[in-house]
Design a binder for this molecule. Structure first.
Ligand SMILES: [Zn+2]
Length: 308
């Protein structure tokens, strides 16, 4: 199960909710493997279990299993650089149409790593929140042993994305500085969600679009749709949200920093969009307004910044 869209959309929360179901493991942003988590290795990166990732029993087990095939991690990294970087998107799309062998080999390597994560966690369903629609499409090239990849396109109000991107950048690899220029923030939100629709929305049984705000405000209705889409039982998770009980976060090492708390309680008040300054609001609506409206968001109803 692949969460597609953009960062800062609530993927960590949705992944944590889903992983409360037996047999489902939320693996986070798997594109960060092997670089930089395993290679060169980040001793300061913490897992939600409270241990550094490099000594966490689950992820060090994944590492040991991956290293049994001496080429796996190096080929995975080479394939990511060659096919998953957005500047290579036209070439990757062309290769996918041609059923290119090098691309198929990379997709098989992705599947091999995914399978190790599934085996180590004991899961039959792995949830990945790498967000990139280009990477999402590559899973379609993998055989997946007869199984199939399902996409949840998770959308969060573009105003909240914009407000959150203007805040501090976290992590050791926050991306190039130009991405934080204001027009680039609005353009990225628009482009990534457009790409998610273009690359992933074929077939009603493999694509479901959710607004994160609906998960927060109407958890029962929204998660019932997810339950039907994925064929898993979310009734206990829905009850937990409605009773404001926390979810355990198990071995999440590549996702939002909220993972470091170790538990997650769903807070409906985060659903109101961030209030942008007048000039930022004008900029955002000029670039992304058409998509914001198409996704069902409306002007007004903002909250003051700082609460999320
Ligand atoms: Zn851990």
């Amino acid at each position: 199960m692949y969460i597609v869209g953009t960062h800062r959309s609530g993927g960590t929360a949705l992944g944590t909710i889903l992983s409360s179901v037996p047999g489902v493991f939320y693996a986070g942003e798997l594109y960060r493997f092997p670089f930089p988590i395993f290679d060169p290795g980040d001793p300061n990166r913490m897992c939600s279990c409270g241990l550094p990732v490099l000594s966490c029993p689950l992820w060090s087990g994944v590492r040991a299993d991956a290293d049994r095939d001496p080429q796996l991690l190096s080929e995975l990294r080479a394939g990511q650089r060659r096919f998953e970087a957005w500047r290579h998107a036209p070439g990757t799309l062309l290769r996918s149409l041609r059923r290119d062998r090098a691309l198929a080999h990379h997709a098989e390597r992705m599947e091999q790593f995914l399978r190790i994560v599934a085996d180590r966690s004991g899961a039959t369903t792995v949830v990945e929140s790498s967000y990139s629609a280009l990477r999402a499409m590559l899973y379609r090239q993998a055989p997946l042993g007869g199984g199939k990849v399902r996409f949840i396109h998770l959308v969060r109000d573009g105003r909240s994305f914009f407000g959150s991107e203007l805040g501090p950048a976290y992590g050791t690899h926050p991306g190039p500085a130009w991405q934080r220029i204001r027009p680039a923030i609005a353009a990225r939100w628009t482009a990534f969600h457009s790409a998610a629709i273009a690359f992933c929305s074929r077939g009603p049984d493999t694509y479901l679009r959710l607004r994160f705000e609906d998960v927060l405000r109407h958890p029962r209705e929204t998660l019932t749709r997810v339950q039907e889409f994925l064929g898993i039982d979310l009734s206990e998770a829905i009850a937990r949200i409605e009773q404001h009980r926390p979810f355990e976060m198990e071995h999440i090492c590549s996702a939002n920093r909220a993972r470091l708390v170790g538990t997650l309680t769903v807070r409906p008040e985060l659903a109101a969009p961030t209030k942008l300054s007048r000039s930022n609001s004008a900029l955002f609506w000029t670039i992304g307004g058409w998509l914001e409206l198409a996704l069902g968001y409306r002007p007004g109803t903002e909250r003051a910044p700082s609460s999320g």
